[in-house]
Every structure is written in structure tokens, then in C-alpha cells.
Design a protein around this ligand. Structure first.
Ligand code: GCB
Length: 599
């Protein structure tokens, strides 16, 4: 009992430290959508920001100026400019923007009838990469990082008529950014996720967290946070399916910490049970659908709800099937995750950045466990303090957005980062933060392996000491020899922890047929999968796998004409939805694993 109280206190402190610092959770509120057509100005020379001496111009495009008389010389006009659809990247909407990296200004005008004593927020699902946001001519702030939500309060600025939001979106890559200059995916720019005006009561439920107490399968616990001038309110928590109707009173800073026992049907891939949850405060009501499950490790096993589970996964980029470009819609999520289900997956690695919320919510609904990661990818400026702060902010925003999603079982800190002590310190800091914010999920990273001798792979990255699960990427048969090289390969690790082969694979152009040693052919890829499976079956500490990758995706690094055409072809499915031969090899293997797991 004493131990429980101590644990609860530690949890209390850790939750408090971060919850107040994050973006309010708006995804369950009705709002005025600002999606649709936005006027845009393409501005490669930053003319909307700087004058000819490269000084910040006081009359930048954010003012949305119009000539007031006939001699007023204003050299831009949003209302006569071109337009783009939001949500959506700019690269895939206009041919001339396919390779564009730079600044695009966006403008949207709208009228709004505000109710008495409410608060109004302008919310962005994501903007890649740097967003400077202005509202009715005032600068609201800056947001860096292309895959996480942010919002600004505009209660004091909003009017009944002719409001205008202006966003300067800039996707220029930079060495200190997260990700950095070099990636293997398209740098889709723009307002890639939805934008909305959210109206809340003066004091509102700004965030909450519901989950099973660590180590328990029938004790729900968590917290609710009120923001506003009347924080000391009673809050009723209702979960009707399990007969929870409980009142709690928030403290003077608006927090309620609660726990309640209940007999719960746990969330599993086979039965992804979600419960309707209603939070009713004196001034506000919020609803959500939440599942409950535990996830832990024991030696080299991953345990879901206390039972060992093998993760039958696949990696996915946030790339839209059929139409190309950044994926954002429910339909995109249904297609991508539908294919993963068809493949026999119970797990998806959402690479290499936080995907849109439709993906996570669909995964919750479909029973797919999720690996979610931040874009700390390849070479990062490990010693730059701003870079660390940026990565840490992206981590905080990812966790606070998705901590109520049962599907998310692990947070990944990094992908294939080269060994060094500054890198280790950087990643240790992020791991501490992830554990501090969320003690119930597993922490991982996709690491690399090396050769001990010609037929032995070793996983001994020093980072392994700090994570719960060792992710390992390997490309035997592609960047490393021919597929048959895998057959005799042995694996070792110095850690007694579960290993997920978080990537393997090879490229094939759909419809290109040849013998199994002809690179780029479907037969080569098929053979690579067969040889990999031969090897994977023999790794004693293997707890899961997520081959690279579900669908072909755009990458500027992939230039071979007629084969790649700026696409990474390691997909099991083409961008047009055509399944390659390797898809069926993996499907068959997953079916076998599923049957064995059921026995
Ligand atoms: C990797 C990276 C992934 C690449 C992939 C490839 O190791 O993690 O982002 O796209 O290899 O295809 O080379």
C-alpha cells in the first residue's frame, strides 16, 4: 500500500511537470474548420519578410495590405493570387512546386460569431516545417517541426467579420533542424494537416490522460486538467459501459488525479475494445473513446496484457496511396492500415515522424499496435542546444497528443543514428523525458548492427542499455550482399531485451519480372523476403519485425529513370495499390505466425 502511495506521488509529480506545458487537446471538440482553399504566394526570395537590405520589412505580407488610394503601390495581393487546398502539401498540388523548398504564404479569411465569454483558439494539425502565424495583422508566434500540432489563443483578436489568418510556411532544410538536411523521404511543405478555429468555455478541459495503472489490469488512473480562471471545479467522469460515474474535485491549479477500479475488457489486436468516456466539468464537456491494455517486457519477450506477443509488423510512411503526396485523411488511413491488416499485421511502425491522428485512431479501432517516432533521423546536430530543444518539444507534443491511444505501445527516439557520445547524451535525455511523461509505454529506437565475423551480426549499440526494446535495421541482401547471405547469418546481442527487426527490405518496380538475381525485379524482392524469413526464424530473442516498407514512396534520393523515378521502391505495394510478389510471401509467413500464436 505504502509503495502504491509513493508510486502515485511520483506519477503525480511527473504528470504535473509536463501536462501544463503542452498543446491543449482539441481533437474531440467541434470546431469551425478552416480547411479548403487558401490563397497563396510563392516567395522564394522572402520578399514578404525582408526589404532589399535584408531587413525585416514592417509592411510584410502578414499585413494583407490593400491600396487605399490610386497611388498606393502594393506589390502583392492575396485575393488575386493562386490557391492551394488545405490540408495538403504544396508539392503534389502544383507541378511547378514538386521540388520546391522555401517559403509559401497562405491566407484564409472568415467571419465568426463568438459566443459570450468563450475562448477562441487557432489550431493547426501540422505545418512543415517552420510556421510563422499571423492573425488579423498581429504575429501570434512561431512553430518549428513538421509533424505535430500547435495552437494560439486569439480570443482578444477575433472579430465578427473579415478575420484573416496568414501563415508563412517555410520547408527549407537546415543542418540544425529535426530532421536535418538529409532524409530518404520527400520534404512535403505546407499546411499538411487540418486547420480549425476552436471555441471553448472560459474555463475548459484542456487535457487528460486515462490508462491502466502500471502493473494492474483493472485499475484505471489518470488526470484531467482544467485551464482558465475557475480551476477548482468538480469533474464527473463517466464510462457507462463499465459503470463508472465518479466525481472528483480539481485542485487550485485545475488538476484532478483519479483512479478507479473496474472490470475491463482489455484492448487486444483481436478485440480492440474502446470505451466511450465523458468528462463533465461545471463549464465544459469532452468525450473520447479509449482502450485499456498493458504493455511491458520480460527478458526478450514483449508482453501485451501479461502475455507474450510477437509483433507482425510493417513500416509505413505518411504517403498518400493512389494520389501521392502527404497522407492526412481518414480515407488514406483506412487504405494504408487496411493493407497492413490484409498482410496479417498486428503492428505498424509509423516512420519516421508522428503521423496524423487519423492513423492512430484507426489503429486503435482496427487493433493495430503502433510504434510512433520523432524525426531524429541519421545525422543530427547532437551538440546544438536548440536542436535538442526542438527534438524534445516534438517528443512532448507527440506523447501529449497520443497518450490516450491504446494502439501506441512504444515511443521511438531515433532512427539509424551514428554512434558517438554526444549522440548518446542527446538520446538519453530524450529517453528520460519520454519515461517522465509516460511511464506506461515502451521506449525504443531503430539502431544498427555490425559484423562480429562473416556470419555473425551483433547488436551492442550503447543506447541499448537505456531503451526497453532494441529496434534494429538491417539490409542483408540489398545494401549488404545478395539475399542468400541471410541464410547462414547468426545474431547476437549483449542485452537481454526484446529485439524488433525494425527494417529490412529491397526495391522492386511493380510489374518488372526477371529471375531472382536481377536487381529491381519483383522476383529479387520476393527472394530477399524468403531468405530474410529463413534467417528471422532462427533469431532466438526476436520479438517482432517491421519490414521496409508497405508502399512505395517519394524520395529525392531515388533517381534511377524507368525504375525509381524519384520513388523508393521498397514497397510491398506500388503507389497505385498494386501488390508485388513479396507481399504474398510475407502474408503467408504472418498467417503461419498468427496460427502459432493462437495455439
Ligand atoms: C533506412 C532508413 C529508411 C530508408 C531505407 C532505405 O535504413 O531508415 O528511411 O528509406 O533505409 O530504403 O534505404
Amino acid at each position: 500500500m505504502k509503495k502504491n502511495i509513493l508510486l502515485f506521488f511520483v506519477l503525480f509529480l511527473s504528470m504535473k511537470a509536463y501536462a501544463q506545458d503542452t498543446v491543449p487537446s482539441f481533437s474531440h471538440r467541434s470546431s469551425l474548420s478552416l480547411d479548403g482553399s487558401w490563397n497563396i504566394i510563392i516567395d522564394p526570395y522572402e520578399n514578404g519578410s525582408y526589404d532589399y537590405r535584408w531587413q525585416e520589412s514592417p509592411n510584410g505580407f502578414f499585413k494583407n495590405d490593400k491600396p487605399k488610394n490610386k497611388w498606393d503601390r502594393i506589390e502583392y495581393d492575396f485575393d488575386k493570387s493562386d490557391s492551394l487546398i488545405v490540408p495538403g502539401d504544396w508539392n503534389s498540388q502544383k507541378k511547378e512546386l514538386l521540388f520546391y523548398e522555401g517559403t509559401v504564404w497562405y491566407k484564409k479569411s472568415f467571419d465568426f460569431h463568438k459566443k459570450d465569454s468563450t475562448r477562441i483558439f487557432l489550431h493547426f494539425g501540422a505545418v512543415n516545417y517552420l510556421a510563422i502565424v499571423y492573425f488579423n495583422g498581429e504575429k501570434l508566434g512561431i512553430h518549428e517541426g513538421g509533424f505535430t500540432p500547435f495552437s494560439f489563443e486569439i480570443t482578444h483578436l477575433i472579430k465578427e467579420k473579415d478575420n484573416f489568418v496568414i501563415v508563412k510556411a517555410d520547408n527549407k532544410r537546415c543542418a540544425e533542424c529535426v530532421p536535418t538536411l538529409n532524409t530518404d523521404w520527400w520534404n512535403y511543405g505546407g499546411l499538411t494537416r487540418s486547420v480549425a478555429i476552436v471555441e471553448t468555455p472560459a474555463t475548459f478541459i484542456s487535457d487528460y490522460c486515462f490508462q491502466l495503472q502500471k502493473g494492474s489490469r483493472n485499475e484505471i488512473e489518470g488526470w484531467i486538467k482544467l485551464q482558465g480562471s475557475q480551476p477548482r471545479q468538480q469533474i464527473l467522469i463517466e464510462i457507462p459501459q463499465i459503470k463508472i460515474h465518479k466525481r472528483f474535485t480539481a485542485d487550485s491549479s485545475g488538476y484532478v488525479y483519479f483512479s478507479s477500479s473496474a472490470s475491463i475488457k482489455l484492448w487486444t489486436p483481436e478485440h480492440p475494445t474502446l470505451y466511450d468516456i465523458k468528462l463533465i466539468s461545471g463549464t465544459d464537456t469532452v468525450t473520447d473513446r479509449i482502450g485499456f491494455r498493458t504493455i511491458e517486457t520480460k527478458g526478450s519477450k514483449i508482453l501485451l496484457n501479461g502475455k507474450p506477443i510477437f509483433l507482425r509488423g510493417v513500416c509505413i510512411h505518411e504517403e498518400a496511396p493512389y494520389r501521392s503526396g502527404r497522407a492526412y485523411s481518414l480515407e488514406d488511413a483506412r487504405t494504408l492500415l487496411g493493407w497492413a491488416k490484409e498482410l496479417g499485421c498486428n503492428f505498424v511502425r509509423l516512420a519516421h515522424y508522428p503521423h496524423n491522428e487519423n492513423m492512430i485512431k484507426e489503429a486503435d479501432r482496427l487493433g493495430l499496435m503502433v510504434w510512433s517516432e520523432i524525426p531524429v533521423y541519421w545525422t543530427i546536430s547532437w551538440q546544438n542546444e536548440q536542436t535538442y530543444k526542438n527534438a524534445s518539444r516534438q517528443l512532448a507534443d507527440m506523447i501529449s497528443r497520443d497518450r490516450n491511444r491504446a494502439s501506441v505501445i512504444c515511443w521511438s527516439m531515433a532512427n539509424e543514428t551514428p554512434l558517438s557520445s554526444p549522440r548518446l547524451e542527446f538520446l538519453k535525455g530524450l529517453i528520460r523525458q519520454a519515461r517522465h511523461m509516460d511511464s506506461t509505454r515502451l521506449v525504443t529506437a531503430a539502431m544498427e548492427r555490425h559484423y562480429l565475423d562473416a556470419s555473425t551480426q551483433m547488436i551492442d549499440d550503447p543506447l541499448g542499455e537505456y531503451v526497453d526494446v532494441l529496434g534494429c535495421n538491417e539490409y542483408i541482401g540489398w545494401y549488404d550482399g545478395l539475399p542468400q547471405k541471410a541464410d547462414t547469418m547468426q545474431w547476437k546481442t549483449i542485452y537481454e531485451k526484446p529485439v524488433i527487426i525494425s527494417e529490412f527490405g529491397g526495391s522492386a518496380r511493380f510489374g518488372y519480372h526477371a529471375d531472382s538475381l536481377t536487381v529491381w525485379s519483383e522476383e529479387y524482392q520476393e527472394s530477399l523476403y524468403k531468405h530474410q524469413i529463413t534467417m528471422l526464424r532462427k533469431i532466438p530473442f526476436l520479438s517482432g519485425m517491421s519490414p521496409w516498407i508497405l508502399m512505395d514512396f517519394r524520395s529525392p534520393r531515388r533517381q534511377l529513370p524507368g525504375i525509381q523515378d524519384f520513388r523508393n521502391r521498397k514497397g510491398l505495394i506500388s503507389e497505385h495499390g498494386e501488390k508485388k510478389k513479396a507481399f504474398y510471401v510475407l502474408q503467408q509467413f504472418y498467417e503461419e505466425l498468427r496460427r502459432n500464436q493462437e495455439k
